[in-house]
Design a protein around this ligand. Structure first.
Ligand code: ZN
Length: 112
């Protein structure tokens, strides 16, 4: 997992932010996310908490894609913290935008 997040950080040029990787063993269920990300943007710091039960069922390609998505969350941290309200429709919109940007990045990485 750490080699995948290091590869994503290198591909996206994210050496300006410190991202700590954490792991838990929460049971995987249909509502569990593979990774939860929190950003303390003003200090250029974030942490990602990976659910190892979910990680174990993913391919390396899927984990790379999840990692790109999570790093987009990191980059959007200031918007989430200061501008976007915590209403359900805004959370859904943030997820849509995050995934859209992540897919664009993945497409560009395939071209590189
Ligand atoms: Zn997300």
């Amino acid at each position: 997992m750490l080699s995948i997040t290091a590869a994503v950080e290198a591909a996206l040029g994210l050496d300006w932010i410190a991202v700590k990787q954490r792991f838990n063993m929460d049971p995987a269920d249909e509502d569990a996310t593979t990774c939860a990300t929190d950003t303390i943007w003003k200090y250029r710091y974030a942490h990602m908490t990976w659910n190892l039960n979910s990680v174990a069922s993913c391919t390396n390609q899927q984990l790379f894609e999840v990692a790109v998505h999570e790093y987009v969350h990191v980059m959007m941290g200031p918007l989430k913290d200061r501008i976007l309200p915590d209403e359900p429709w805004v959370v859904d919109l943030e997820e849509f935008v995050t995934e859209t940007i992540a897919r664009s990045i993945l497409g560009l990485l395939e071209l590189a």
